[in-house]
Design a protein around this ligand. Structure first.
Ligand SMILES: NC(=O)c1ccc[n+]([C@@H]2O[C@H](COP(=O)([O-])OP(=O)(O)OC[C@H]3O[C@@H](n4cnc5c(N)ncnc54)[C@H](OP(=O)(O)O)[C@@H]3O)[C@@H](O)[C@H]2O)c1
Length: 329
């Protein structure tokens, strides 16, 4: 099968489309022919080993475990292992291999009880590829920050993969949402349910003083002091994005510990997680018409390096997808 493989860390061009053996499902596994997969922040960070702590996870000198990137996909079940009972060939599914990656390929195997489910009924198969990375991250951190109906929640970086879901989910949980993004994305963020939208180049979200119950930074640019100025005392400051550089991480840990200890705000970040239950929760919202995804660009697999360039630049609207069956033009 064709797959996008990288054998060293570096720029997008280290990712090469090549032939690799087609996976064979074990007894408990499902073989999916991938229709679409996203290229997202996790992919370029793994490729570049940025932050460098990624090397501890995937090989110190070169990628050792995951050599095919791609953390979320949609596709059609091709065949199943002998012990699989709940899934059958022909089903349209969406899923994630998590940090094992592997979705930038024509086929992938997942365990039957992995994060794999029938795609949302009213969503095209290609869009279903772009639900879990941003959706899990937004859901994880909103829940961890104990989101409540009636709260004032600011989503910084409201137009990216995480942001588009954070805006919609915060609204679903009953919050009044302010979205911060660039001028070209104001209408998009408003259409996702934000009551107010701010252009980060022209408006300072902290100028109104401590009015927010939560500042959810999905971009890594909200600024620690500015975010605390905008938060009510004891509010939540959620730092999802960020450079990941060791010094910045250490400074963040110290400032967070101090802020948490003094009761000024509750600050946290970390790595998001999601499971099958969360997947079905998101699918239910999509089926009910309460959640959608946003596709910015589509690329054929052969042009995946271009997709990496675009995504790494950090200004996509929602998601970028790779279509496996689309011929290169
Ligand atoms: N902790 C976790 O578990 C976790 C999980 C997922 C993602 N992340 C991290 O979260 C971050 C966002 O991920 P993503 O997938 O949503 O990325 P993305 O889709 O590339 O979105 C990036 C967002 O940042 C905004 N942005 C770019 N430059 C900006 C600036 N100078 N000032 C303000 N906003 C700016 C962009 O808005 P405009 O285009 O409007 O400028 C866009 O909304 C990344 O750093 C990613 O690594 C962490």
């Amino acid at each position: 099968m064709k797959a996008a493989v990288y054998t060293r860390h570096g720029p997008p061009e280290v990712v090469r489309v090549t032939e690799v053996p087609k996976p064979v499902p074990k007894d408990n596994e499902v073989l999916v022919r991938i229709h679409a997969a996203t290229v997202c922040a996790a992919d370029w960070r793994m490729r570049k080993a940025e932050p460098s702590l990624i090397r501890l996870m995937n090989g110190l000198l070169r990628p050792a475990k995951a050599r095919i990137l791609g953390i979320e996909f949609s596709g059609i079940v091709e065949s199943v292992g002998s012990a699989v009972t709940a899934v059958s060939a022909g089903a349209e599914v969406f899923g994630t291999p998590g940090f094992q990656f592997g979705a930038h390929a024509e086929y992938i195997c997942l365990p039957e009880d992995g994060v794999l489910a029938p795609k949302p009924a009213n969503m095209p198969l290609e869009e279903a590829a772009a639900v879990l990375f941003g959706g899990f991250t937004a859901l994880h951190f909103l829940r961890k920050a104990n989101i409540q109906a009636g709260q004032n929640v600011l989503i910084y970086g409201a137009s990216g993969s995480v942001g588009v879901f954070a805006v919609q989910l915060a609204k679903y949980f009953g919050a009044r949402v302010t979205g911060v993004c660039s001028a070209s994305n104001l209408e998009l963020v408003r259409s996702l349910g934000a009551a107010e939208v701010l252009d980060y180049a022209r408006q300072d979200f902290s100028s109104a003083g401590p009015v927010y119950d939560m500042v959810f930074d999905a971009a890594g640019y909200s600024g620690f002091s500015r975010s605390l100025r905008a938060l009510k005392r004891g509010g939540y400051y959620v730092t999802v994005g960020g450079s990941g550089r060791i010094l910045a991480l250490l400074a963040g840990i110290l400032r967070s510990a101090w802020t948490n200890a003094t009761g000024v705000a509750k600050v946290f970040g970390g790595v998001a997680a999601g499971n099958r239950e969360d997947q079905l929760f998101l699918k239910g919202l999509i089926d009910a018409g309460q959640l959608r995804t946003v596709i910015d660009r589509r690329y054929p697999l052969e042009r995946i390096a271009e997709a990496h360039h675009y995504v790494e630049a950090g200004h996509k609207r929602g998601h970028v997808i790779i279509l496996m069956d689309q011929p290169a033009t």
